[in-house]
Design a protein around this ligand. Structure first.
Ligand code: NAD
Length: 264
């Protein structure tokens, strides 16, 4: 299967390095012929993102910190000037103070609650609005979420609240942009070892627990998330919008782990 994304152009936001989920998605899209632009957050990450972008023939690399709305506007102005329109967008951005990704949710500070919500949730609304404006013939937008949005995961805390709001945003944005043929979906990925993932206390424990208790008895790779994103961003899924699609080895369906998994 090649060429599924031939003739399609899109923006990938959230690559920090070659372990990033956004990179797994970018690689699967590039393999299918997509033309990609990337954003990076700050000069330190530019050094990591630039060679990755070059490796798949992308030369459109733009700085963007979603806390600075002028930098978000500049990205979409540049895309409008260079490409005119886009076909898809990936938002794989989240942040919270790691001192609050441990202990009790009840102890979240007002400042970090606000910052987490702006970066990890509201940025998606601001970006989707600008992306949809560049999709006059329809398009597809995907963000990344985690099952801590609907069920309590120790230490995930304020990020779980932000992901719940992000998932609600997916549904409202899908409704807003549906009439113009723009689809909005989220992938709820199982735990992956990335920079952001490492910020959560006891991340390794959570990773191992999900690996041993998920129906597939393993965690997922960024390539597997990339495969599902390819489906959601391509014409294979033209009837799908407002969905939260789990790519988590089936962990989300489990109530009590199988006795054999408990013994392992
Ligand atoms: P990552 O650290 O590779 O990527 C996070 C990205 O967010 C980085 O590129 C970082 O630059 C960007 N970012 C943070 N603050 C930003 C800001 N102010 N402006 C612009 N960019 C900013 O980690 P990842 O795990 O690949 O995370 C990508 C997405 O996947 C996140 O939304 C995360 O919550 C989600 N997710 C991760 C896991 C996991 O276990 N790693 C599981 C489910 C969902």
């Amino acid at each position: 299967m090649t060429g599924l994304m031939q003739g399609k152009r899109g923006l990938i936001m959230g690559v920090a390095n070659n372990h990033s989920i956004a990179w797994g998605i970018a690689a699967s899209l590039a393999k299918q012929g997509a033309e990609l632009a990337f954003t990076y957050q700050g000069e330190a990450l530019q050094k990591r993102v630039e060679p990755l972008a070059n490796s798949i023939g992308s030369s459109l690399l733009l700085p963007c910190d979603v806390e600075d709305i002028a930098s978000v506007d500049a990205v979409f102005e540049e895309l409008a000037a260079t490409w005119g329109t886009i076909d898809f967008l990936v938002h794989a951005i989240a942040y919270s103070d790691k001192n609050e990704l441990k202990g009790r949710y009840a102890d979240t500070s007002r400042d970090n609650f606000t910052r987490t919500m702006v970066i990890s949730c509201f940025s998606f609304t601001e970006i989707a609005k600008r992306a949809a404006a560049l999709m006059p013939h329809g398009g597809s937008i995907v963000t990344l979420t985690y099952g801590g949005s609907t069920r309590v995961m120790p230490n995930y805390n304020v990020m779980g609240v932000a992901k719940a709001a992000l998932e609600a945003s997916v549904r409202y944005l899908a409704s807003d942009f549906g009439p113009q043929g723009v689809r909005v979906n989220a992938i709820s990925a199982g735990p992956v070892r990335t920079l952001a993932g490492a910020g959560i206390a006891d991340a390794r424990l959570m990773f191992n627990y999900q690996r041993s208790h998920a129906p597939l008895r393993r965690t997922v790779s960024i390539e597997e998330v990339g495969g599902s994103a390819l489906y959601l961003l391509s014409d294979l899924s033209t009837g799908v919008t407002g969905d939260i699609h789990f790519v988590d080895s089936g962990y989300n369906i489990i109530s009590m782990p199988h006795p054999e998994a408990l013994k392992a």
